[in-house]
Design a binder for this molecule. Structure first.
Ligand SMILES: Nc1ncnc2c1ncn2[C@@H]1O[C@H](COP(=O)(O)OP(=O)(O)OP(=O)(O)O)[C@@H](O)[C@H]1O
Ligand SMILES: [Mg+2]
Length: 418
């Protein structure tokens, strides 16, 4: 039979018995693998325990003076020694005695005469158990520290992530700003240049006319030529100033902050109808139609001006992009109440949007018509107004050749600005 290996480093064993011959037997069993101490009385046992802190005591029960039970009771009632395992070694085979010993805190009983293999196996097993318990206790006590350490590491990592996000956002904001400045300069340069050229022509020709007047050589045809030029140049100046004005309006919208408009209570159907009506002059040259099927009685407390900007941008986009090369496009505006929210749908039956365009559509300055009247700010404005100003969400679905559907989901009551 193989005996269980003694746990290392050498465990400390106290053998207590008033009969030296019994101590001798146990000593011979354990001395090779254990550090063995001995005591021949209860008092001596307590003293050795206090001085040597054994891992385990093999304790005789019947001893003159302080018996084994008393030794055990005292060991267990002292915090310094209560963790020492106690095994009673007893000649009696009395179950009542055994259970009262166990109640005192002993872990086991071994009967005399001892069997070397049994006593070794039991002692080894109890020491292994104690070692395992000590490890669990150790783990428990370090676990909390480890959790704290990990939490700290995670918090630090989170903080770093947050900082780099802020950093990224700032550099993105800077990049957007310089792009905005470059774009403003670029977009404004042509209408302003055109306007300057037209007004320069007026100034030069007025000077020539003045000379003719001064020299008394002004002919009727000179005057009428001048007036024709003046009308054309003024028209050109006005158109270009108008374009510059619109562009500045767009840029201002991009930079507009949330509190720029007063909120009020309004009826969705009536407001959308007004918005579409206000677009009529510019849409009149097309043969497309805007169909409104918004039910009565959807009342919002929000910012109608911002909602108007959104609808105008979406209708303009449909006319400009979706119906390019087409003659009878239809834009449908509809709305449904969903609890405390309303979903406004702006749908066209136009060309649809390719996935690669759809992916970039909300980015500032993304336009498939750069240099042909598009600045690529329309959808950026829509997104910003819907999500930031109106506290809602915008979704888009599109199928090439079928059309595009925008869903603007808005809270009926705009939450207060935070
Ligand atoms: N309804 C639509 N159908 C097809 N394509 C669309 C539609 N709406 C938007 N797009 C595409 O999305 C792009 C981005 O739209 P956005 O309104 O941001 O810019 P834009 O109309 O080109 O310029 P801007 O509105 O600033 O004058 C457009 O250039 C167009 O390619
Ligand atoms: Mg647009």
């Amino acid at each position: 039979m193989t005996l269980p290996p003694a746990p290392s480093p050498k465990p400390r064993l106290l053998v207590v018995d008033d009969q030296p011959v019994n101590i001798q037997i146990l000593f011979s069993i354990f001395s090779a693998d254990y550090e063995v101490f001995m005591a021949t009385s209860g008092e001596q046992a307590l003293q050795v325990c206090a001085e040597r802190q054994p891992d385990l005591v093999l304790l005789d029960v019947m001893m003159p003076g302080m018996d084994g039970h008393e030794v055990c009771r005292r060991l267990k009632s002292n915090p310094a020694s209560q963790d020492i395992a106690v095994i009673f070694v007893t000649a009696q085979n009395d179950p009542a005695q055994e259970s009262s010993g166990l109640e005192l805190g002993a872990v086991d009983f071994i009967s005399k005469p001892v069997n070397a293999a049994v006593v070794r196996a039991r002692v080894g097993a109890h020491l292994l158990l104690r070692q395992a318990l000590a490890q669990v206790r150790d783990l428990n006590s370090t676990l909390e520290a480890r959790v704290q350490q990990r939490t700290l590491e995670l918090e630090t990592a989170l903080q770093e992530l947050h900082e780099s996000q802020v950093h990224l956002a700032m550099s993105e904001a800077k990049a957007t700003l310089s792009m905005l400045v470059a774009s403003v300069a670029h977009e404004l340069s042509s209408p302003i240049g055109n306007g300057l050229m037209a007004s320069g022509t007026v100034v030069a020709q007025a000077r020539d006319l003045q000379q003719l007047v001064d020299s008394g050589t002004l002919k009727r045809s000179d005057l009428s030529g001048f007036l024709t030029m003046l009308a054309g140049a003024s028209d050109l100046t006005q158109q270009n100033l108008q374009r510059a004005h619109e562009l500045i309006g767009n840029f201002r919208q991009v930079a507009a902050d949330q509190a720029s408009e007063q909120r009020r209570t309004f009826d969705l159907r009536a407001t959308v109808s007004e918005i579409v009506h206000s677009l009529t002059p510019s849409l009149r040259r097309f043969t497309h139609t805007v169909v409104q099927i918004i039910p009565d009685g959807i009342v919002l407390n929000s910012q109608p001006g911002s909602l108007g900007q959104v609808v105008i941008n979406l209708i303009n986009n449909a006319y400009l992009h979706a119906f390019e090369g087409r003659t009878h496009g239809v834009v449908t505006l509809s709305a449904t109440l969903q609890g405390e929210r309303v979903v406004l749908v702006v749908e066209d039956n136009g060309l649809g949007i390719a996935p690669e365009v759809l992916a970039k559509m909300f980015q500032p300055f993304f336009s498939t018509k750069i240099g042909r009247g598009g600045t690529g700010l329309g959808m950026t404005i829509v997104h910003k107004l819907v999500t930031k100003t109106l506290g809602g969400e915008v979704r888009v679905q599109s199928t090439l050749g079928v059309g595009t559907r925008f869903e603007i989901e808005l809270p009926l009551t705009l939450p207060p600005a935070t």
